[in-house]
Design a protein around this ligand. Structure first.
Ligand code: DP6
Length: 363
């Protein structure tokens, strides 16, 4: 670091907010563990940033002696390979930064020596199957890129976020997003692209039923590794099933065709959990309440003659329910509260009502 910078006393800060995303065609399984390259394409919906999101403040100062990070107020180690990769990849793309008012001038080369402090906060339970790592790494990469004046486009940044956590690459875009698995060995074409922005299909309402906010027993990372190693079904899914579903889902989103959208999302969630059961030893992410929610939605959809609500479950028991419009969402909430009344012993009891996402504890 240039001596004149080392002697200076200033702090430069950037804060960013990134929402989480929910996959409607799931990513499950890697072909490269280090670069985080998936075995199939996936498609997700990015939630409204007002609700389930990560807020990250990154700061840099010549007085910082090492890189440090705090998650939800507690210091965590940055020594893990995924954090190190994201920091390295962003640092290597840093450019000059100048703040005339504060008298700050950081040259491209200085970034290699300057240290950062990162403070990140999730407004939802961490690691409970609500894709906290997706919002977390997307926000980390985005805020560091802003701080270091990285000039890459969102697609290139998504390839860096992907190396923090696969699903994170999709959180760099709003609306409906596809993560292309790519073909290149170096992962340069394994990036996220926006299929449609958040206004394209804004009558959809997402209701999240928090069945449990406890941390899951099997992380997505180790669960999908075990599935790739032991499940026959995952091979069939990645090769035969998902490629067709991706085409159909893109079509359903383009045409705002809710019946097709719901049919595909539910089938894909069920197949993902079937792969988990087909893994040795089997992985159980859903619990009895999750199964009851599925049966309930299936019955409701059948009784209406056409789907009103889609469900999807990630690596945890919490249900993500997508209602076709606000009227259905209101009915859904009423029915959920009736059939699954909130229990007093639940450790998470938020109730957020917003434009696109509603969070409700159903115990
Ligand atoms: C079930 O992105 O958390 O939510 O890449 O190992 O960090 P790593 O896994 P992660 O897996 C998410 C799996 C999923 C499906 C999805 O989001 O597509």
């Amino acid at each position: 670091m240039a001596d004149e910078i080392a002697a200076q006393k200033w702090v430069l800060m950037v804060t960013a907010q990134t929402p989480t995303n929910i996959a409607v065609i799931k990513y499950w399984g890697k072909r490269d563990e280090t670069l985080i390259l998936p075995i199939n394409d996936s498609i997700s919906v990015t939630l409204d940033p007002a609700h389930l999101c990560t807020t990250t403040t990154v700061s840099v100062s010549p007085s910082f002696e090492k890189d440090r990070m705090w998650l939800n107020g507690k210091e965590i180690s940055l020594s893990g390979a995924r954090y190190q990769t994201c920091l390295r990849e962003i640092r290597s793309r840093a450019t000059d930064v100048e703040d005339e008012k504060k008298g700050i001038k950081i040259g491209k080369k200085d970034w290699e020596k300057l240290h950062v402090h990162i403070a990140s906060h999730n407004n939802f339970p961490t690691a409970a199957g609500l894709a906290s790592s997706a919002a977390g790494f997307a926000c980390l990469v985005f805020s560091l890129a802003k701080l270091m004046n990285v000039k890459e486009d969102q697609g290139k940044l998504s390839a860096i976020a992907r190396q923090g956590s696969g699903s994170a690459c999709r959180s760099l875009f709003g609306g409906f997003v596809k993560w292309k698995m790519g073909k290149e060995e170096d992962g340069s074409d394994s990036i996220a692209v926006q299929l449609a922005d958040e206004k394209h299909w804004d009558e959809l309402v997402i209701v999240i039923a928090v069945v449990s906010s406890r941390q899951k027993e099997t992380s997505s990372t180790s669960g999908m590794l075990e599935s790739v190693e032991t499940s026959m079904l995952i091979k069939h899914r990645a090769k035969e099933v998902v490629p067709k579903r991706i085409i159909q889902m893109e079509e359903a989103i383009k045409d705002r065709d809710f019946p097709s959208f719901a049919r595909l999302a539910c089938a894909d969630s069920n197949q993902f959990h079937a792969v988990c059961l087909d893994t040795c030893p089997p992985i159980f992410y859903m619990n009895d309440t999750s199964h009851r929610i599925i049966s309930y939605v299936e019955k409701w959809n059948r009784s209406e003659g056409t789907p009103q609500v889609a469900y999807t479950f990630d690596a945890g028991p919490n249900a993500v329910l997508i209602a076709r419009n606000r009227k259905v969402a209101a009915q859904l909430l009423q029915r959920l509260l009736f059939y699954f009344p909130p229990q007093s012993d639940c450790d998470f009891n938020s109730y957020l009502l917003g434009d696109r996402s509603i969070l409700q504890d159903v115990g």
